[in-house]
Each structure stands twice: as structure tokens, then as C-alpha cells.
Design a protein around this ligand. Structure first.
Ligand code: PGA
Length: 245
């Protein structure tokens, strides 16, 4: 790990509007406990304007769970990365496994979204991961995804790679640290020589008890779904990261 550990909460579509407002208020009030760890939250689109106010002056950063690959145009129902930037987002997640599976997003689409995000001044969180636990060549599969998505990006762009094995998302336990270490080494090998920052997160059934092992595997932090849908859960994750970082 280089620098401060990074912990992200991806809220997916788990919480209602009012619930998310309450979550963000509680998160802002908890920020003093996050010393030494960078924390971000990705709520659903309609909450982002409120996030800007609720997290103003807080070290907690926020972003969106997706964006389109164009800044404007006839794309009914889509959200422009330029609008996300106007709303004060730092990050935008692209290529989450649920978007790849449910909405047919390919590496090419994810690459275009990541590029549009960078052009708009956002840092893309690029989700990658092998499909099956039995996939023996996880490092190669993930390395190829990373290479495909980063190909069009300027070398100076800061990027977060979220290694999220598809089979470990919404599962019982996270991938084992040995597997994560192999993937991290391959991603670092494939991205050596880039000018921008490249941080690697692990995501997929992260629980506080597994954090020491995951960080020892070389990731820069963790990306959390269910365990972070209550601020108390996110605080426990951050506490575990602080304990080992
Ligand atoms: P999970 O989700 O922590 O609920 O497994 C992780 C993710 O999809 O990022």
C-alpha cells in the first residue's frame, strides 16, 4: 500500500432517499473517527445534490455509481459525467459487475465511460473481476480487463481499480488473500509506468474480520457493499483498516 488507505461504500440501490440523507448526516458526524483513512460514499443519483451540502467541509468524498460516456446528447435516462462534476463528485464508479451483467456493459463501454469521467475531472473507479471462483487464471483475466479499460486513458489520469471477483459479490466471504495478492501483483505489473496515481481496492463481501488479510495482500483499501449500508458498519470497517494500516 502506498499512502493513506482508501475505504469506499457503494450503496447500490439499498436505501431510500430520506434514509440516505440520514446516512450522510451520520457519516459527516463520524468523520472525526476516520483520521488517517480516506473515505468515500457512492449514493444513488438523486441524492448527490444533497450530498454536496451534507458533506461540505467534511473529508468524506462522494461520487456516483455510473455515468454515460458522453457529456451531453440524446441519451434518455442517462446521467452525464459533466453533471456529476457540477454536483461536486470526486469519483464515478464504472463497470460494476451488476451493470455488466444486468445492462450488458462491455469493457469497451466501461473504457469509454472511464475516459469521459477523466475528461470531466472525475476519478474513475474501474470495477474488474473474474466470473467464477474456479477461474484459475484470475490474474490474467483481471489484467486483461484493466489493460482494455485503461488503454484510452491518458497516462497522467488518476484511477482507482476495484478488484471485485464477481463470485464474491453478495456472497458469504471475501476472496482469499492469496488470490487477491496474485491479482494485485498482475495489475501493478500491467500498469507500471503510468504517470497518474493508481490505487487498487478489493471489493466483494468485505467484513471487518477479513481486512487485515486483504490489506496484507497489497490492496490500497476496500470497497464495501452490504456491510456499509449502515454507518455503524462502515465505521467498523474503517476502524479495522486503521488498526492495521
Ligand atoms: P458486497 O458488495 O460487499 O455486498 O458483497 C460489494 C460490491 O458489489 O461492491
Amino acid at each position: 500500500m502506498t499512502g493513506r488507505p482508501l475505504v469506499g461504500a457503494g450503496l447500490k440501490m439499498f436505501l431510500g432517499y430520506a434514509e440516505t440523507i440520514g446516512y450522510l448526516r451520520e457519516l459527516a458526524a463520524s468523520a472525526a473517527e476516520f483520521d488517517g483513512v480516506s473515505v468515500f460514499v457512492l449514493p444513488s443519483f438523486p441524492v448527490l445534490a444533497a450530498a454536496r451540502e451534507l458533506l461540505a467541509g467534511s473529508p468524506v468524498r462522494y461520487g456516483a455509481q455510473d455515468a454515460h460516456w458522453e457529456e451531453s446528447g440524446a441519451y434518455t435516462g442517462c446521467v452525464s459525467p459533466a453533471v456529476l462534476r457540477e454536483l461536486g463528485c470526486t469519483f464515478v464508479e464504472v463497470g460494476h459487475a451488476e451493470r455488466r451483467h444486468l445492462f450488458g456493459e462491455s469493457d469497451d463501454m466501461v473504457a469509454r465511460k472511464a475516459l469521459a469521467a477523466v475528461r470531466c475531472g472525475l476519478e474513475p473507479i474501474v470495477c474488474v473481476g473474474e466470473e467464477h471462483e474456479t477461474d484459475g487464471a484470475a490474474a490474467t483475466i483481471v489484467g486483461d480487463q484493466v489493460a482494455a479499460v485503461l488503454a484510452p486513458l491518458p497516462s497522467a489520469a488518476d484511477v482507482v481499480i476495484a478488484y471485485e471477483p464477481v463470485w464474491a459479490i453478495g456472497a458469504e466471504t471475501a476472496a482469499d488473500p492469496e488470490r487477491v495478492a496474485g491479482v494485485v501483483a498482475e495489475v501493478r505489473r500491467r500498469t507500471a509506468g503510468r504517470d497518474g496515481d493508481l490505487r487498487i481496492l478489493y471489493g466483494g463481501s468485505v467484513r471487518p474480520g477479513e481486512i487485515a488479510g486483504l490489506l496484507a495482500a497489497g490492496v490500497d483499501g476496500v470497497f464495501v457493499g452490504r456491510a456499509a449500508t449502515a454507518v455503524s458498519g462502515l465505521r467498523e470497517v474503517v476502524e479495522s483498516v486503521r488498526a492495521v494500516a
